[in-house]
Design a protein around this ligand. Structure first.
Ligand code: ADP
Ligand code: ZN
Ligand code: ZN
Length: 775
């Protein structure tokens, strides 16, 4: 890592300089880790009279800037090894002093070790990981005090005029209590300028008042639901685990609708009763109003939330409330893992199989796996919940590394939906007048009509945004692709698309990878033919258009991440489905997650084969998980549900497993396949992605890297090869894939491989340990 900041301070190599905490000499120095892509802390001088301890958050100079960092305490071994490298006095001459300590609770030792652990594992610079833990710089400054006013002692200055308004204020304030200016004015029936005038005149004085609580305390004593059978067993086990307050990992494995959420909320209740904080991680997309409503139902108040839609103010408040212990339960997306909990005692990872937990840019980490590490460091239990657990977790259960709690049935006797495979080769969708090719087979259309006629709800699922995934010239076959990526342009015709021409025909073309947009050209850029472009294949908008023609009386709603605008759009849509205002819901994977729609009895999957392509080692596993989850939306209450999967390959193991409901055999088969080829979780993978705006530079660098590739027994290096997205946002991408045995560490191999290597400018090397996508 090039060290551009070396002039301002020197990388720390000797920890606390041998001085015990609390006993610093006037000129002692400490190591400070900065939230910048630096692999080590830097040493800073502690000014005389300042007392700093490891974990303290401090402001330090860096070049011409001031940066907030954390006083660090490198492991003792390292401090020993370097204790004699330079004369301390000489070093300290050159060190710059800490400017001040910030008024926030210090970063706990557990969080500091967590930062180091993740940096080691992901091979990211420590400072880059720290940045995730200090993601709200504003929260590090002391909050502005809340000021109130109360009656001052002594008399007003001479020349003070006693107006009626003033008298009224003074009589209201006679209780001696501190009022806010606005409240006092209101209670006295005057404008706030009158109150401010009295402050100026010295009749009222300003005082600091304690700020109101930012988060109400969840009430764990409210009545829980009644639990029987499997649920009762699971609740009892989880409560005992929380009570024991020791590290353990448990899978909460139950079909959709079996009550996993209700069950784990009891673990949260137990954790609250024990006086500790709890964290529930959800894939961002599942952070729905429905989940919050259930939390409120159980605990009387909303939990603190952490996700990408928070305003800067909410971020600041929440971060501090977590640090100060005022927020007792946090529900959040993966980054909630890095909040400054002082008393964390439980983590629940719901939908633990979700690939949304994997962060793929910046520091590449898997939040589920890091949550397990966090629980181990904090010595408390963690619960992973899913109806379709990941192969990783199932394998850990099989090897008895994780415990398992099973819920076998849907709550309230609801049956799992029946699953029908609709063979698209036999039951072919026909053409529709005025629309062209249909994407819904006749029997699925009939099933939808029947469901709607019976007063029930239906859902159509297609995991593809936009109108058409490909635009093709009918004359010459030219396909429109993104100029910056290896990707076709996707046509969008939705409401949010501004660029419709006068006939409303010309769609807007978008690249789903870089955001490039353009209008559909009038003439083909290859053959020059006009009006020759055709939209190929369906996106969810196209299915909506088809539904409008086929089911004109249905109350339709479309739900895709880009058709929902505004923070509450998704919640409103969900509410509309719950209230029956919508009876035909058409959507992408945003409809698949977590929602509970009692009257929804039919789910039609437009293209069940969609996720099976693309050379991803988890393609089958993921398809199974997603389709199972979508299917799980049907028949969650009294009426039985039915799921229709349109497929061109009904014999595929994924389709067969979905239909038979035999998850375990499917996973067993998948597991054996991976075991044979040493793929995760039976071997380890790491990806090295090299990218450059200049193709030849990327190739040249890869050739050099390939020459240095270490060759050991038990490791295999594939590549360099162009990544499937060989061009992304204008950068040419090449990829090495490192495959090792389970008992070897890809990190060690990579360290050795790239040690001392110089990255040419403009070239980027990204390391992804345990990669989940292979684009
Ligand atoms: P899962 O998380 O496994 O999909 P949920 O916890 O969402 O299952 O439960 C499905 C539905 O059944 C929810 O409406 C939930 O409130 C209800 N439910 C589950 N268990 C109970 C229980 N013991 N008492 C009352 N309602 C329950
Ligand atoms: Zn053409
Ligand atoms: Zn692009």
């Amino acid at each position: 890592m090039p060290d551009r900041h070396a002039s301002s301070a020197r990388p720390s190599s000797k920890g606390q300089n041998g001085v015990l905490p609390g006993m610093q000499e006037p000129s002692a120095s400490v190591a400070v880790l900065l939230p910048l892509p630096l692999s080590h802390p830097y040493d800073y001088k502690v000014p005389a009279g300042m007392d700093v301890q490891p974990g303290d958050i401090v402001l330090v100079p860096l070049g011409k800037r001031e940066v907030t960092g954390v006083v660090w305490d490198p492991p003792a071994v390292e401090a020993e090894a370097h204790s004699t490298d330079e004369k301390p006095e000489m070093v300290q001459e050159r060190l710059r002093p800490i400017l001040r300590r910030c008024a926030v609770p210090p970063m706990t030792p557990i969080l500091r070790r967590f930062v180091e652990w993740i940096a080691d594992y992901t091979m990211a610079p420590q400072g880059a990981v720290l940045r995730m833990a200090l993601s709200v710089p504003d929260a590090l400054q002391a909050p502005r005090p809340v000021l109130g006013v109360r009656l001052a002692e002594g008399d007003p200055s001479s020349g003070f005029k006693w107006t009626d308004a003033r008298k009224r204020v003074i009589s209201t304030a006679a209780d001696g209590i501190a009022w806010s200016v606005a409240d006092l004015a209101l209670a006295s029936g005057v404008g706030s300028s009158v109150v401010r005038g009295l402050v100026k005149a010295g009749v009222l004085e300003q005082v600091e008042v304690s700020s109101p609580r930012r988060f109400d305390l969840p009430d764990h004593k409210l009545d829980p639901p009644e639990f029987w059978g499997d649920q009762a067993d699971a609740v009892a086990r989880l409560k005992a685990l929380v009570e024991s307050n020791a590290f353990s990992v448990h899978l909460l494995d139950g079909v959709t609708g079996s009550g996993k959420t209700e069950v784990y909320l009891e673990a949260v209740a137990e954790c609250l009763a024990a006086g500790r904080q709890a964290l529930v991680l959800l894939p961002e997309i599942a952070l729905s109003g429905q989940w919050l409503e259930r939390f409120r139902h159980r605990f009387g108040v909303a939990p603190a939330q952490w996700h990408s839609d928070l305003t800067p103010g909410q971020r600041r408040t929440t971060w501090r409330a977590v640090a100060e212990g005022e927020a007792r339960v946090v529900v959040g997306a993966r980054s909630a893992l890095f909040l400054p909990y002082g008393e964390l005692g439980l983590i629940v990872v719901d939908e633990e199989h979700e690939s949304a937990f994997k962060q793929e840019d910046g520091v590449c980490y898997h939040a589920r796996d890091m949550a397990v590490v966090r629980a181990r460091l904090g010595e408390f239990p963690i619960v992973l919940a899913s109806a379709t657990p990941s192969l990783e977790t199932l394998t850990n259960v099989k090897n008895a590394r994780y415990g398992c709690l099973k819920l076998h049935r849907r709550h309230g006797g609801a049956e799992l939906p029946s699953i029908e495979l609709l063979d698209l080769r036999r039951d072919k969708p026909t053409r529709i007048d005025g629309l062209g090719q249909s994407w819904l087979a006749p029997s699925l259309r009939a099933a939808i009509e029947e469901t709607l006629a019976a007063g029930q709800q239906a859902m159509l699922f297609l995991n593809r945004r936009g109108y058409a995934p490909l635009t093709l010239c009918r004359t010459c076959g030219h396909r429109l692709r993104c100029p910056h990526c290896t990707a076709w342009l996707v046509e969008h015709r939705g409401r949010n698309v501004p660029s419709q021409d006068s006939e409303g025909l010309s769609g807007d073309l978008q690249c789903h990878h870089c955001g490039y947009r353009c209008r559909r050209p009038e003439c083909c850029t290859e053959c020059g033919d006009s009006d020759s472009f055709a939209a190929c294949g369906p996106g969810v908008e196209r299915i909506a258009e088809e539904a409008a023609v086929l089911f004109p009386d249905a109350r339709r709603g479309v739900m895709a991440s880009d058709t929902l605008t505004g923070p509450n759009a998704a919640a409103k849509m969900v509410q509309a489905v719950q209230d029956g205002e919508i009876n035909l819901l058409i959507g992408t994977q945003v409809v698949a997650k977590g929602h509970h729609f009692p009257d929804l009895t039919l789910v039609g999957v437009v293209d069940a084969d969609l996720g099976l392509f693309g050379g991803d080692l988890r393609a089958s596993e993921r398809s199974y998980q997603l389709l199972h989850q979508v299917a799980g939306r049907a028949g969650r209450a009294e009426q039985p549900g039915k799921v229709v999967l349109q497929t061109a390959d009904p014999d595929h193991p994924v389709m067969q497993a979905l239909q038979s409901g035999d998850r375990d055999s499917f996973f067993e088969m998948e597991s054996q396949m991976r075991q044979r080829s040493y793929l995760p979780p039976f071997g380890r993978l790491a990806a090295l992605i090299i990218s450059s705006p200049v193709e030849a530079d990327a190739d040249g660098f890869c050739r050099d890297l390939a020459k240095r590739a270490p060759g050991y027994k038990g490791i295999e290096i594939l590549g360099p090869a162009p990544a499937p997205m060989a061009l992304l946002r204008g950068r040419h991408r090449r990829r090495f894939l490192l495959k090792t045995r389970r008992d070897l560490s890809p990190q060690t191999v990579i360290h050795e491989w790239i040690a001392g290597i110089r990255l040419p400018s403009r070239l980027r090397l990204q390391i992804d340990i345990d990669p989940y996508s292979f684009f």
